[in-house]
Design a protein around this ligand. Structure first.
Ligand code: ZN
Length: 349
């Protein structure tokens, strides 16, 4: 069957891959809508362990094509959303608190990217279907469910890891689609002021619509200075994009006793440097956390319930739509180019 992915680092295109087979606990899903993601682009260009002949993509909704003999909760024909993180729920890693995303080693549960072919193909494999698939409730458009497979859980997770509380002043740095969901998440968790720092004008505009009280352009070299002038005391900083200088700025911005929650993927530098004075010489209780999106069907079902209840509308992230499998390369190229009017492209298959 046809799949779109990387033949090698920097060599992106169509692949001819075997149709997936499901084990007794698994499912094979035919995707109906997929979305390319910045992490696909970075993986394709070598920003992770090198891979060859790998179908890309980890954000999909679709129709179950087949299930294994031991699957009881789903059957062929069911319309489902598939979380980007699909843990092996039998692995020891998931039995530790807070390590659902790391079932057998760091990010071990990110199967579509780390361990097997992804979703940008005629069909894809889902491990442990009963635990990793979610039904799309009535009233939730499939496009909204698609945004709940990665953008929404990753962004909301940032607000959760930052322990955003009532009245907190929160800065979100990097407001692509994930950062925008972190803005929405901070607002839902009762933040007071939310300052969004980002580059693309479309993102800055949407940040305000999701409840940011102020937006700052990261294209201004003194963006951190601007944030300090707006909010001298910042309780929480969520880093959802940028490079090592962004993390350093976040440590500088957060007050003593505050939390820096990183949900950004660092692949440009082997070593991250920490500004020691800004980190209070290591004794200011500035807590730096790095975490990864949670996974599984229950988590996704809960996010879909938020959408069904009208708490959040992630479809506002979608700026570009394409029709047909043949348009996957165009959507992917758009994600690589990141024009100013792009937030998130989707492809109907
Ligand atoms: Zn993604």
């Amino acid at each position: 069957m046809r799949g779109f992915g990387m033949r090698d680092v920097d060599d992106i295109g169509w692949l001819d891959v075997p149709r997936p087979v499901c084990g007794p606990l698994d499912a094979v899903v035919r995707p109906t809508i997929v979305a390319p993601c910045t992490s696909d682009v970075r993986v394709a260009h070598g920003g992770a362990a090198p891979r060859t002949n790998r179908v890309l993509g980890h954000e999909a909704v679709g129709i179950v094509e087949a299930v294994g003999d031991l699957v009881t909760g789903f059957r062929a024909g069911d319309v489902v959303a598939v979380p980007c993180v699909t843990p092996d729920w039998l692995a020891p890693g998931v039995q530790h608190a807070r390590t659902v995303s790391h079932d057998a080693g760091e990010q071990g549960s990110f199967k579509f990217v780390g361990h097997k072919d992804g979703v940008m193909a005629e069909a894809f494999h889902v491990n442990q279907a009963d635990a990793n698939l979610a039904r799309i409730p009535a009233g939730v458009p499939p496009e909204a469910a698609l945004m709940a497979t990665d953008m929404m859980p990753t962004g909301l997770h940032g607000a959760e890891v930052a322990e955003v509380g009532f009245g907190d002043t929160v800065v979100v740095v990097g407001i692509g689609p994930v950062g925008l969901m972190a803005v929405a998440g901070a607002v839902l968790r009762g933040a007071g002021r939310v300052i969004a720092v980002g580059g693309r004008p479309a993102c800055l505009k949407l940040a305000a619509e999701y409840g940011a009280s102020a937006v700052v352009s990261r294209r201004d070299d003194d963006w951190a200075g601007q944030v300090i002038r707006l909010a001298p005391e910042v309780d929480k900083v969520i880093v959802a994009g940028g490079d090592q200088s962004t993390l350093a700025a976040a440590v500088r911005l957060v007050r003593a006793g505050g939390i820096v929650a990183n949900i950004n993927f660092y692949d440009q530098a082997a070593v991250l440097q920490l500004p020691v004075v800004d980190w209070g010489l290591g004794m200011a209780d500035k807590d730096i956390r790095g975490s990864f999106c949670l996974g599984g069907g229950v988590q996704l079902q809960r996010l879909l319930a938020m959408i069904a209840a009208g708490r959040i509308d992630p479809t506002r992230l979608i700026t570009h739509t394409f029709e047909g499998l043949d348009r996957l390369p165009d959507a992917f190229a758009l994600m690589e180019a990141k024009p100013d009017d792009l937030i998130k492209p989707i492809v109907y298959l």
